[in-house]
Design a protein around this ligand. Structure first.
Ligand code: HEM
Length: 500
């Protein structure tokens, strides 16, 4: 065990550059050799061809040719910052996770805020769902809370994820965003109705990312030290308040500033005006879940706050901009699989789909050892995983199989006691869940969350996009809106008819 610790410490010291390396004062090749020249290739005479022996040029160019990595398949455009999470309320009766263990306890965090459907170069203020991902570097490893700024999602079965993304992103022929495919999908899969209300309200065009909330969306389980569980939703409420642009204001900004959200966040943090969010949870006992009038694992539904009140947990504060965007933001990898003892997945189908997809895409986007990159690296890895492309740390000479008689690490009894085993049985099959009360919460949103001005803007925002869809799709959309609110459907139909 001692040997193992020493190896780990040595690795850590080298990686953290505590052990100094000799640094050349000149610029160098990638292999550290001082450069002969920075700005010119070696040629045959002053006007002749470049020679292959100019290895400096080859070295620089071949690295440049590989600078870009695949963008995220969704949430491609984003920016990040780091800071800390501080516990402000005792929730240990619900969860034994060490990150919540004591009021006043601080845990370092890294956050990435993103647009969902945009490409990397597109304007920040286009209508979109915003991603709000938080990486907690806890003493028990990484906990990733990968959320959005709306509490609900488009679909409730992960099989449909590639389809909703294809329908909402660029068309395969024109490579343009396409109102027909979007509204075709919405109307054919009416479980989208609730998020459509959020997305086409002014919530779809926030004033800044400091003024959005974050929601974990999926249902998780919290497990306390006695092994008892509750179901849980995570919410991050902006302490700056919610503030939005109208559709017209957002469009006007696109003409002058593509990156207004990133600029706003960067400048505020740089000025010391640190943005912060309050973490709340909603909890539900197994008994409440069993008798709930709605499916608590359906991510197109919210849990009414009057029945499941918000419980404060702590505060997230962002205090530091990245020093290197690529290292700290492009290479950061969030994944709902990363949970710590005291936080577990529920049987939420969408969450299960996510548990597979993120790691899979990150292995492709970043490579086999992306968890060893400094921004992703937990403080405490000791296991039997070894090697692979771009290994920085293969755990030295530590024993690499289990069981062993050489003091290699074993699973934790404590983590086991918090694993929350559960009974399940049933017939394996394909069950259609497309028709589980798609409209009542959408109606509630339209009638009670929006005021008159909000409702007018909603109609205006839908009209702005839907007028570009084919006529038969417009009719289907009106039919869908009728199920949400008659007057909404009527007003929209009148506008669309007069625009023909
Ligand atoms: C079955 C449903 C879903 C699947 C298969 C899925 C898949 C993905 C994939 C493949 C990525 C790219 C990850 C990367 O390249 O690092 C991603 C990113 C993301 N997803 Fe999902 N997603 C799903 C649902 C959701 C839901 C419900 C939410 C909101 C709670 C969400 C929030 C995010 C966020 C915020 C990111 C960006 C993470 C970052 O900043 O790097 N996704 N998703």
């Amino acid at each position: 065990m001692e040997v193992f610790k020493t190896i780990f410490l040595l690795y850590f010291l080298i990686l953290e550059k505590v052990i100094p390396q000799t640094c050349p004062s000149s610029s160098t090749t990638s292999y550290g050799s001082p450069l002969i020249h920075d700005d010119h290739t070696a040629t045959v005479g002053s006007n002749g061809p470049v020679v292959l022996e100019d290895t400096e040029f080859l070295d620089e160019m071949s690295h440049f040719d590989r600078e870009r990595i695949p963008p995220r398949v969704v949430h491609a455009k984003g920016f990040g910052a780091s800071g800390y999470f501080e516990v402000t309320n005792d929730i240990t009766k619900y969860s034994a996770a060490k990150v919540f263990s004591q009021i006043g306890k601080k845990t370092p965090i890294a956050v990435r805020l993103s647009s969902t459907l945009s490409d990397q170069g597109i304007a920040d203020t286009i209508r979109d769902v915003r991603g709000f991902s938080v990486k907690f570097y806890t003493e028990d490893g990484i906990w990733d809370l990968v959320g959005n700024d709306f509490p609900v999602f488009f679909i409730r079965d992960p099989r449909l994820f590639p389809h909703v993304i294809h329908a909402l992103k660029r068309h395969p022929t024109t490579n343009l965003f396409n109102a027909t495919t979007r509204w075709d999908f919405y109307t054919l899969r009416p479980e989208t109705a609730h998020i459509v209300m959020w997305l086409y309200s002014d919530m779809g065009t926030p004033y800044s990312m400091r003024h959005i909330n974050g929601y974990g969306v999926n249902t998780f389980k919290l497990v306390n030290k006695s092994g008892q569980h509750v179901y849980c939703k995570f919410h991050l409420y902006s302490r700056q308040g919610i503030k939005n642009y109208s559709g017209k204001e957002a469009a006007a900004i696109q003409a002058s500033d593509l990156d207004i959200y990133q600029r706003d966040m960067f400048n505020n943090i740089a000025k010391g005006n640190y943005p912060s969010w309050t973490m709340h949870i909603q909890v539900m006992t197994q008994n409440q879940a069993d008798t709930s009038t709605f499916n608590i694992f359906d991510d197109t539904k919210v849990w009414p706050e009057d029945q499941y009140p918000l419980i404060e947990v702590g505060r997230l504060t962002l205090t530091k901009n990245p020093i290197n965007y690529f290292e700290e933001v492009e290479q950061i990898a969030f994944c709902p699989t990363r949970m710590v003892p005291g936080i577990r997945p529920s049987v939420d189908r969408m969450l299960h789909g996510r548990l597979y997809s993120y790691t899979d895409t990150q292995l492709y986007r970043l490579g086999a050892n992306y968890m060893q990159l400094p921004i992703n690296r937990p403080c405490n890895v000791q296991n039997y995983q070894r090697d692979g492309k771009m290994t920085f740390y293969s755990q030295g000479g530590a024993v690499n199989y289990h069981p062993n008689s050489f003091g290699g690490p074993n699973a934790s009894h404590w983590a086991q006691s918090l694993s929350s085993p559960y009974f399940t049985s049933g017939v394996v099959g394909v069950y259609d869940n497309g028709d589980e009360d798609n409209f009542s919460q959408a109606t509630y949103f339209y009638k009670h969350r929006l005021d008159d001005a909000g409702r007018n803007n909603f109609i205006e925002n839908v009209f702005d996009e839907l007028r570009n869809a084919e006529r038969f799709i417009q009719k289907k959309a009106i039919k869908m809106f009728k199920k949400i609110d008659e007057s909404l459907a009527q007003n929209l139909a009148t506008k669309l008819n007069s625009a023909k």
